[in-house]
Design a protein around this ligand. Sequence first.
Ligand code: SAH
Ligand code: SF4
Length: 365
Amino acid sequence: MSSAPLDLHDLTRAELTARIEAWGFSPVHGARLWNYLYYEGVDDLAAMTGLPARLRARLEAETAPGRLPVARETRSSDGFTRKYLLALADGHRIETVLMRYTGRVTACVSSQVGCAMGCVFCATGQMGYTRHLTAGEIVAQAVHVDRVLRATAAESPALAEPDAASPHHRHERLRNIVFMGMGEPLHNYDAVMKAIDILRDPAGLALGARKISVSTVGVAPGIVRLADENRPMHLAVSLHGATQAERLALVPAARAWPLDQLMDACRYYTAKLGRRIFFEWTLIDGKNDGPDQAHAVGALLRGIPAQVNLIPLNPTSGYDGAPGRGAAARRFQEILAGHGLPSTVRQRRGIDIGAGCGQLAVAGG
Ligand code: SAH
Ligand code: SF4
């Protein structure tokens, strides 16, 4: 018998069913358990009365509840963003953010405790790397957000929006996931991909592949692997500098994966999958928000199907840069448009509670 309890969220539906069969139960109960976990949103084994009592007893003895207790919840003053500090079983903590935009709810999930990449302007980078998250710990963040939406619907049924696309869901559903919380997802490739497989399962949370975005600092071999494995999610690549020297000053990981290699990987990806890449560019006043840089981005991305997401710098204690100004952002966008590059400026959400991009950090890990 293994000593560590099994995390139910760490298993795909096939793995869960195989486990239940190996215990001598019908695979039907695997499907039922999956339904409880992801469709009914039940997290209490005792409440899963549709399962045989002997199976429930075995699950209680050998599996973990798969919950991430909320150590702290912070709500933004505009009411659109909630940031959750969630406790992992080993005592480490991570942050997950629920963001409401008109008509959609997005969860911004973490892939690691801390981050090894050390981008100078990022609070997670400033705290350093502790460990990878398991697939189950990633899935549990999405399940947590889904549960918050269910609870909201239960508190105020009149306000609950039934899901038009899937009316049998009686509450507003989690539709979008972005891997833009703490950590570098392609540094934890296997767990992130497994988590995505679980989140996409049509009998579970059923997230659409195109509603999931993986954002990478530019781990070139990981981008090649996504292409080779034909992974259907969106890919966002954090660029921030259009020359190796300028990028390296902000993104130390550019030493391991230089800009030329990164761009080769991006070309390989777009050619192989026939899909565009989103490039993220944190706008730092007077540093990378000038017309020259905008032209350099245009030249760098020539021939690559791309869209640029401009993110005005969010404040972090370890970096004293200022956000690019509105006028500079607009000029930047015009120049990109002149190069045939569509772009957006990220809507600011949750800045007052430190839940914006790059503001996630947990004191002491
Ligand atoms: N590690 C991944 C994903 C997490 S960070 C990555 O780096 O892509 C998500 C996005 O927030 C990245 O584009 C990152 O560069 C950006 N970011 C980090 N710190 C920021 C800050 N202080 N202000 C604005 N954007 C920031
Ligand atoms: Fe890590 Fe991304 Fe932050 Fe860089 S920006 S330190 S890769 S989380």
